[in-house]
Design a protein around this ligand. Sequence first.
Ligand code: ATP
Ligand code: MG
Length: 364
Amino acid sequence: MYISSLKLSNFRNYSSEEIELSPYTNVIYGDNAQGKTNILEAVCMFSLGRSHRAKTDRELIKFGKDFAKLRLSFHDAERDYKATLQLFKNGKKSIKINHVQITKLSMLMNYLNVVMFSPEDLDLVKGAPSARRRYMDSSVSQLYPRYLTSLIDYHKALAQKNSLLKELRAKGAKSDVMLSVWNEQLAIEASKIMEYRSDFIQLVNDYASKIQREISREELKIQYSPGIKTDDTDKSSIFRYLEKNQRREIEFASAQVGVQRDDLSISVNGTDARAYCSQGQQRTAALSMKIAEADYLKSIKGEYPVLLLDDIMSELDINRRAYLERRIRGKQVLITSTDTDIVKSTDNTRLIHIKNGSVVKEDK
Ligand SMILES: Nc1ncnc2c1ncn2[C@@H]1O[C@H](COP(=O)(O)OP(=O)(O)OP(=O)(O)O)[C@@H](O)[C@H]1O
Ligand SMILES: [Mg+2]
Protein backbone atom coordinates (compact mmCIF):
# COMPACT_ATOMS: atom_id res chain seq x y z
CA MET A 1 0.00 0.00 0.00
CA TYR A 2 1.14 3.56 -0.49
CA ILE A 3 0.24 7.15 0.25
CA SER A 4 0.09 9.60 -2.64
CA SER A 5 -0.52 12.86 -0.84
CA LEU A 6 -0.83 14.40 2.58
CA LYS A 7 -2.38 17.76 3.32
CA LEU A 8 -1.77 19.47 6.65
CA SER A 9 -3.67 22.45 8.02
CA ASN A 10 -2.80 23.91 11.41
CA PHE A 11 -1.08 20.68 12.37
CA ARG A 12 1.97 21.19 14.64
CA ASN A 13 4.16 23.85 12.98
CA TYR A 14 2.35 23.58 9.60
CA SER A 15 -0.16 26.25 8.55
CA SER A 16 -1.23 24.83 5.23
CA GLU A 17 0.86 22.48 3.17
CA GLU A 18 0.28 19.72 0.67
CA ILE A 19 2.95 17.07 0.20
CA GLU A 20 2.96 14.73 -2.78
CA LEU A 21 4.69 11.44 -2.12
CA SER A 22 6.41 8.88 -4.32
CA PRO A 23 5.14 5.30 -3.98
CA TYR A 24 8.77 4.39 -3.32
CA THR A 25 11.41 6.21 -1.28
CA ASN A 26 10.71 9.67 0.10
CA VAL A 27 13.50 11.47 1.90
CA ILE A 28 12.13 14.22 4.10
CA TYR A 29 15.12 16.33 4.97
CA GLY A 30 15.95 19.58 6.69
CA ASP A 31 17.58 21.01 9.80
CA ASN A 32 16.51 20.07 13.30
CA ALA A 33 13.12 21.26 14.56
CA GLN A 34 11.77 22.14 11.10
CA GLY A 35 8.85 19.69 11.07
CA LYS A 36 10.16 16.41 9.60
CA THR A 37 8.91 14.09 12.32
CA ASN A 38 5.62 16.03 12.37
CA ILE A 39 4.93 14.64 8.89
CA LEU A 40 5.42 11.03 10.02
CA GLU A 41 3.29 11.78 13.05
CA ALA A 42 0.49 13.06 10.79
CA VAL A 43 0.59 9.82 8.78
CA CYS A 44 0.52 7.78 12.00
CA MET A 45 -2.71 9.51 13.00
CA PHE A 46 -4.52 7.73 10.16
CA SER A 47 -3.28 4.32 11.14
CA LEU A 48 -3.25 4.36 14.94
CA GLY A 49 -5.81 7.11 15.40
CA ARG A 50 -3.38 8.90 17.66
CA SER A 51 0.15 10.23 17.66
CA HIS A 52 3.04 7.89 18.33
CA ARG A 53 4.58 10.47 20.67
CA ALA A 54 2.09 13.11 21.87
CA LYS A 55 0.26 12.66 25.18
CA THR A 56 -2.85 14.47 23.98
CA ASP A 57 -4.31 15.33 20.59
CA ARG A 58 -4.39 18.96 21.64
CA GLU A 59 -0.60 19.22 21.35
CA LEU A 60 -0.99 18.53 17.65
CA ILE A 61 -3.04 21.63 16.91
CA LYS A 62 -0.92 24.55 15.82
CA PHE A 63 -0.37 27.04 18.64
CA GLY A 64 -3.13 29.64 18.71
CA LYS A 65 -5.50 27.71 16.40
CA ASP A 66 -8.82 26.05 17.23
CA PHE A 67 -8.56 22.97 15.08
CA ALA A 68 -6.24 20.99 12.84
CA LYS A 69 -7.20 19.20 9.66
CA LEU A 70 -5.36 16.46 7.82
CA ARG A 71 -6.14 14.83 4.51
CA LEU A 72 -4.52 11.70 3.22
CA SER A 73 -4.86 9.91 -0.12
CA PHE A 74 -3.69 6.33 -0.07
CA HIS A 75 -4.08 3.22 -2.14
CA ASP A 76 -3.93 -0.52 -1.86
CA ALA A 77 -4.23 -3.19 -4.52
CA GLU A 78 -8.01 -2.99 -4.42
CA ARG A 79 -9.04 0.58 -3.76
CA ASP A 80 -8.21 4.26 -3.52
CA TYR A 81 -8.90 5.95 -0.22
CA LYS A 82 -9.40 9.56 0.77
CA ALA A 83 -9.26 10.17 4.47
CA THR A 84 -9.91 13.32 6.48
CA LEU A 85 -9.04 13.81 10.11
CA GLN A 86 -9.98 16.78 12.24
CA LEU A 87 -8.81 17.60 15.73
CA PHE A 88 -10.57 20.17 17.86
CA LYS A 89 -9.31 22.11 20.82
CA ASN A 90 -12.01 20.66 23.08
CA GLY A 91 -10.50 17.22 22.52
CA LYS A 92 -13.02 16.06 19.88
CA LYS A 93 -11.69 14.15 16.91
CA SER A 94 -13.38 13.19 13.67
CA ILE A 95 -12.06 10.76 11.09
CA LYS A 96 -13.68 9.95 7.76
CA ILE A 97 -12.49 7.49 5.15
CA ASN A 98 -14.18 7.71 1.75
CA HIS A 99 -16.88 9.81 3.42
CA VAL A 100 -17.64 7.15 6.02
CA GLN A 101 -17.30 8.31 9.61
CA ILE A 102 -14.96 6.15 11.67
CA THR A 103 -16.80 5.67 14.94
CA LYS A 104 -14.30 3.38 16.65
CA LEU A 105 -10.54 3.80 16.34
CA SER A 106 -10.17 0.04 16.05
CA MET A 107 -11.90 0.34 12.62
CA LEU A 108 -8.89 2.25 11.29
CA MET A 109 -6.83 -0.89 11.05
CA ASN A 110 -8.87 -2.02 8.11
CA TYR A 111 -7.43 0.80 6.07
CA LEU A 112 -3.89 2.12 6.44
CA ASN A 113 -1.07 0.10 8.02
CA VAL A 114 2.26 1.62 8.97
CA VAL A 115 5.39 0.52 10.75
CA MET A 116 7.27 3.32 12.46
CA PHE A 117 10.93 2.85 13.22
CA SER A 118 12.70 5.44 15.32
CA PRO A 119 16.04 5.47 17.16
CA GLU A 120 14.40 4.40 20.44
CA ASP A 121 13.43 1.16 18.71
CA LEU A 122 17.11 0.30 18.55
CA ASP A 123 16.76 -0.19 22.28
CA LEU A 124 14.03 -2.76 21.80
CA VAL A 125 16.32 -5.52 23.02
CA LYS A 126 18.15 -3.79 25.85
CA GLY A 127 15.36 -1.45 26.94
CA ALA A 128 12.51 -1.94 29.39
CA PRO A 129 9.83 -4.62 28.89
CA SER A 130 7.29 -1.88 28.13
CA ALA A 131 9.08 -1.25 24.81
CA ARG A 132 8.66 -4.91 23.86
CA ARG A 133 4.98 -4.87 24.81
CA ARG A 134 4.52 -1.76 22.69
CA TYR A 135 6.18 -3.61 19.85
CA MET A 136 3.67 -6.47 20.11
CA ASP A 137 0.71 -4.14 20.53
CA SER A 138 1.43 -1.89 17.59
CA SER A 139 1.43 -4.74 15.08
CA VAL A 140 -1.25 -6.95 16.51
CA SER A 141 -3.68 -4.12 17.06
CA GLN A 142 -3.28 -3.01 13.45
CA LEU A 143 -4.57 -6.37 12.33
CA TYR A 144 -7.11 -7.44 14.87
CA PRO A 145 -9.56 -4.83 16.16
CA ARG A 146 -10.65 -7.39 18.77
CA TYR A 147 -7.15 -7.39 20.20
CA LEU A 148 -7.21 -3.64 20.70
CA THR A 149 -10.65 -3.83 22.27
CA SER A 150 -9.44 -6.53 24.69
CA LEU A 151 -6.36 -4.49 25.53
CA ILE A 152 -8.43 -1.39 26.29
CA ASP A 153 -10.95 -3.37 28.37
CA TYR A 154 -8.13 -5.10 30.22
CA HIS A 155 -6.50 -1.82 31.17
CA LYS A 156 -9.79 -0.31 32.29
CA ALA A 157 -10.41 -3.28 34.59
CA LEU A 158 -6.81 -3.17 35.79
CA ALA A 159 -7.15 0.49 36.81
CA GLN A 160 -10.29 -0.39 38.79
CA LYS A 161 -8.56 -3.33 40.43
CA ASN A 162 -5.59 -1.17 41.39
CA SER A 163 -7.75 1.42 43.09
CA LEU A 164 -9.59 -1.33 44.94
CA LEU A 165 -6.26 -2.83 46.07
CA LYS A 166 -5.29 0.54 47.55
CA GLU A 167 -8.56 0.70 49.50
CA LEU A 168 -8.14 -2.87 50.71
CA ARG A 169 -4.66 -2.26 51.97
CA ALA A 170 -5.81 0.85 53.79
CA LYS A 171 -8.53 -1.26 55.45
CA GLY A 172 -6.07 -4.03 56.28
CA ALA A 173 -8.19 -6.59 54.36
CA LYS A 174 -6.82 -9.99 53.35
CA SER A 175 -9.20 -10.73 50.50
CA ASP A 176 -12.35 -9.35 48.91
CA VAL A 177 -15.15 -10.57 46.65
CA MET A 178 -14.93 -7.49 44.46
CA LEU A 179 -11.33 -8.37 43.79
CA SER A 180 -12.49 -11.69 42.37
CA VAL A 181 -14.97 -9.86 40.17
CA TRP A 182 -12.15 -7.83 38.64
CA ASN A 183 -9.93 -10.87 38.36
CA GLU A 184 -12.62 -12.65 36.43
CA GLN A 185 -12.91 -9.74 34.03
CA LEU A 186 -9.12 -9.55 33.68
CA ALA A 187 -8.84 -13.30 33.09
CA ILE A 188 -11.30 -13.15 30.18
CA GLU A 189 -9.32 -10.43 28.39
CA ALA A 190 -5.89 -11.75 29.40
CA SER A 191 -6.68 -15.11 27.86
CA LYS A 192 -7.38 -13.46 24.48
CA ILE A 193 -4.42 -11.08 24.68
CA MET A 194 -2.02 -13.90 25.49
CA GLU A 195 -3.22 -15.97 22.58
CA TYR A 196 -2.75 -13.11 20.11
CA ARG A 197 0.66 -12.19 21.48
CA SER A 198 1.87 -15.74 21.47
CA ASP A 199 0.77 -16.33 17.84
CA PHE A 200 2.36 -13.04 16.78
CA ILE A 201 5.69 -13.84 18.42
CA GLN A 202 5.85 -17.30 16.89
CA LEU A 203 5.50 -15.85 13.42
CA VAL A 204 7.76 -12.89 14.07
CA ASN A 205 10.41 -15.24 15.41
CA ASP A 206 10.47 -17.05 12.07
CA TYR A 207 10.83 -13.82 10.11
CA ALA A 208 13.26 -12.11 12.45
CA SER A 209 15.60 -15.08 12.79
CA LYS A 210 15.83 -15.34 9.01
CA ILE A 211 16.61 -11.61 8.76
CA GLN A 212 19.25 -11.82 11.49
CA ARG A 213 20.94 -14.71 9.66
CA GLU A 214 20.99 -12.64 6.48
CA ILE A 215 22.53 -9.64 8.21
CA SER A 216 25.01 -11.31 10.52
CA ARG A 217 24.80 -15.11 10.29
CA GLU A 218 23.68 -15.20 13.93
CA GLU A 219 20.89 -17.26 15.44
CA LEU A 220 18.21 -14.99 16.84
CA LYS A 221 15.45 -16.47 18.94
CA ILE A 222 12.46 -14.54 20.25
CA GLN A 223 10.06 -16.11 22.70
CA TYR A 224 6.94 -14.85 24.36
CA SER A 225 7.46 -14.62 28.09
CA PRO A 226 4.07 -14.13 29.74
CA GLY A 227 3.60 -12.42 33.09
CA ILE A 228 0.95 -15.03 33.91
CA LYS A 229 2.74 -18.30 34.46
CA THR A 230 0.14 -20.99 33.84
CA ASP A 231 0.35 -24.10 31.71
CA ASP A 232 -2.96 -23.29 30.07
CA THR A 233 -4.08 -19.91 28.84
CA ASP A 234 -7.79 -20.54 29.21
CA LYS A 235 -9.65 -18.03 31.34
CA SER A 236 -10.30 -20.31 34.29
CA SER A 237 -6.61 -21.23 34.71
CA ILE A 238 -5.70 -17.57 34.48
CA PHE A 239 -8.43 -16.65 36.95
CA ARG A 240 -7.13 -19.18 39.46
CA TYR A 241 -3.62 -17.84 39.03
CA LEU A 242 -4.75 -14.26 39.64
CA GLU A 243 -6.76 -15.33 42.67
CA LYS A 244 -3.75 -17.02 44.24
CA ASN A 245 -2.04 -13.65 44.31
CA GLN A 246 -4.77 -11.75 46.17
CA ARG A 247 -2.96 -11.44 49.47
CA ARG A 248 0.33 -10.37 47.93
CA GLU A 249 -1.39 -7.84 45.66
CA ILE A 250 -3.22 -6.27 48.60
CA GLU A 251 0.10 -6.00 50.44
CA PHE A 252 1.64 -4.15 47.49
CA ALA A 253 -1.59 -2.20 46.87
CA SER A 254 -1.18 -2.84 43.17
CA ALA A 255 -1.58 -5.69 40.68
CA GLN A 256 1.57 -7.79 40.63
CA VAL A 257 0.62 -10.31 37.97
CA GLY A 258 -1.01 -10.00 34.60
CA VAL A 259 -0.35 -9.31 30.93
CA GLN A 260 0.88 -5.85 31.92
CA ARG A 261 4.00 -7.76 33.01
CA ASP A 262 4.47 -9.63 29.72
CA ASP A 263 7.88 -9.58 28.10
CA LEU A 264 9.89 -11.25 25.38
CA SER A 265 12.99 -13.29 25.89
CA ILE A 266 15.47 -12.66 23.14
CA SER A 267 18.63 -14.65 22.60
CA VAL A 268 21.43 -14.47 20.04
CA ASN A 269 23.45 -17.62 19.46
CA GLY A 270 21.88 -19.13 22.54
CA THR A 271 22.75 -16.38 25.01
CA ASP A 272 20.38 -13.88 26.53
CA ALA A 273 20.67 -10.84 24.29
CA ARG A 274 19.72 -8.29 26.91
CA ALA A 275 22.40 -9.28 29.39
CA TYR A 276 25.25 -10.57 27.26
CA CYS A 277 25.11 -9.31 23.69
CA SER A 278 27.21 -6.49 22.33
CA GLN A 279 25.51 -3.25 21.44
CA GLY A 280 25.92 -4.16 17.76
CA GLN A 281 24.25 -7.55 18.18
CA GLN A 282 21.40 -5.96 20.10
CA ARG A 283 20.89 -3.37 17.39
CA THR A 284 20.90 -5.99 14.66
CA ALA A 285 18.31 -7.95 16.60
CA ALA A 286 16.19 -4.82 16.99
CA LEU A 287 16.45 -4.11 13.27
CA SER A 288 15.49 -7.71 12.48
CA MET A 289 12.49 -7.44 14.77
CA LYS A 290 11.28 -4.22 13.15
CA ILE A 291 11.58 -5.56 9.62
CA ALA A 292 9.86 -8.73 10.84
CA GLU A 293 7.00 -6.59 12.13
CA ALA A 294 6.43 -5.28 8.60
CA ASP A 295 6.77 -8.79 7.13
CA TYR A 296 4.20 -10.06 9.60
CA LEU A 297 1.70 -7.36 8.60
CA LYS A 298 2.29 -8.25 4.96
CA SER A 299 1.78 -11.95 5.59
CA ILE A 300 -1.59 -11.45 7.26
CA LYS A 301 -2.88 -8.48 5.35
CA GLY A 302 -1.44 -9.23 1.93
CA GLU A 303 -0.16 -5.65 1.65
CA TYR A 304 3.21 -4.36 2.80
CA PRO A 305 2.71 -1.51 5.31
CA VAL A 306 4.06 1.99 4.71
CA LEU A 307 7.39 2.27 6.53
CA LEU A 308 8.14 5.41 8.50
CA LEU A 309 11.82 5.65 9.35
CA ASP A 310 12.42 8.55 11.69
CA ASP A 311 16.09 9.49 11.71
CA ILE A 312 17.06 5.85 11.70
CA MET A 313 19.53 5.67 8.82
CA SER A 314 22.21 7.78 10.48
CA GLU A 315 22.06 5.43 13.47
CA LEU A 316 22.92 2.33 11.43
CA ASP A 317 26.33 1.26 10.22
CA ILE A 318 26.99 0.69 6.52
CA ASN A 319 26.16 -3.02 6.52
CA ARG A 320 22.88 -2.70 8.30
CA ARG A 321 21.91 0.34 6.28
CA ALA A 322 22.63 -1.52 3.06
CA TYR A 323 20.52 -4.44 4.26
CA LEU A 324 17.62 -2.18 5.17
CA GLU A 325 17.85 -0.38 1.82
CA ARG A 326 17.71 -3.68 0.02
CA ARG A 327 14.68 -4.78 2.01
CA ILE A 328 12.71 -1.58 1.44
CA ARG A 329 13.37 -1.41 -2.29
CA GLY A 330 10.10 -1.31 -4.21
CA LYS A 331 8.09 -0.41 -1.11
CA GLN A 332 6.91 2.95 0.10
CA VAL A 333 9.06 4.44 2.77
CA LEU A 334 9.16 7.89 4.34
CA ILE A 335 12.60 8.61 5.73
CA THR A 336 13.47 11.69 7.75
CA SER A 337 17.03 12.87 7.89
CA THR A 338 19.12 16.00 8.20
CA ASP A 339 21.06 14.96 5.05
CA THR A 340 19.96 13.97 1.58
CA ASP A 341 22.76 11.46 1.01
CA ILE A 342 21.42 9.09 3.63
CA VAL A 343 20.10 6.68 1.00
CA LYS A 344 21.21 5.99 -2.53
CA SER A 345 19.01 8.12 -4.75
CA THR A 346 17.27 6.47 -7.68
CA ASP A 347 14.76 7.81 -10.23
CA ASN A 348 12.04 6.76 -7.83
CA THR A 349 13.37 8.74 -4.88
CA ARG A 350 11.61 11.94 -3.96
CA LEU A 351 13.50 14.53 -1.95
CA ILE A 352 11.33 16.78 0.18
CA HIS A 353 13.05 19.72 1.82
CA ILE A 354 11.31 21.00 4.95
CA LYS A 355 12.01 24.39 6.44
CA ASN A 356 10.04 25.86 9.32
CA GLY A 357 6.84 23.95 8.65
CA SER A 358 6.89 24.38 4.85
CA VAL A 359 8.08 22.41 1.87
CA VAL A 360 10.86 24.35 0.15
CA LYS A 361 9.38 24.79 -3.32
CA GLU A 362 12.41 24.36 -5.59
CA ASP A 363 12.66 20.74 -4.54
CA LYS A 364 9.17 19.89 -5.66
N1 ATP B 1 1.34 22.57 18.40
C1 ATP B 1 2.39 23.14 17.78
N2 ATP B 1 2.25 24.35 17.17
C2 ATP B 1 3.28 24.92 16.54
N3 ATP B 1 4.50 24.39 16.46
C3 ATP B 1 4.71 23.20 17.05
C4 ATP B 1 3.66 22.51 17.73
N4 ATP B 1 4.15 21.35 18.20
C5 ATP B 1 5.44 21.31 17.85
N5 ATP B 1 5.79 22.42 17.14
C6 ATP B 1 7.10 22.73 16.57
O1 ATP B 1 7.48 21.72 15.65
C7 ATP B 1 8.88 21.62 15.63
C8 ATP B 1 9.35 20.21 15.79
O2 ATP B 1 9.03 19.52 14.68
P1 ATP B 1 9.64 18.07 14.43
O3 ATP B 1 9.65 17.27 15.65
O4 ATP B 1 8.92 17.57 13.24
O5 ATP B 1 11.15 18.45 14.06
P2 ATP B 1 12.19 17.63 13.20
O6 ATP B 1 12.35 18.34 11.91
O7 ATP B 1 11.83 16.22 13.16
O8 ATP B 1 13.51 17.86 14.06
P3 ATP B 1 14.69 16.85 14.49
O9 ATP B 1 15.62 16.80 13.30
O10 ATP B 1 15.31 17.55 15.64
O11 ATP B 1 14.09 15.57 14.84
C9 ATP B 1 9.43 22.41 16.79
O12 ATP B 1 10.01 23.58 16.30
C10 ATP B 1 8.20 22.69 17.61
O13 ATP B 1 8.29 23.90 18.28
MG1 MG C 1 12.54 14.56 14.21
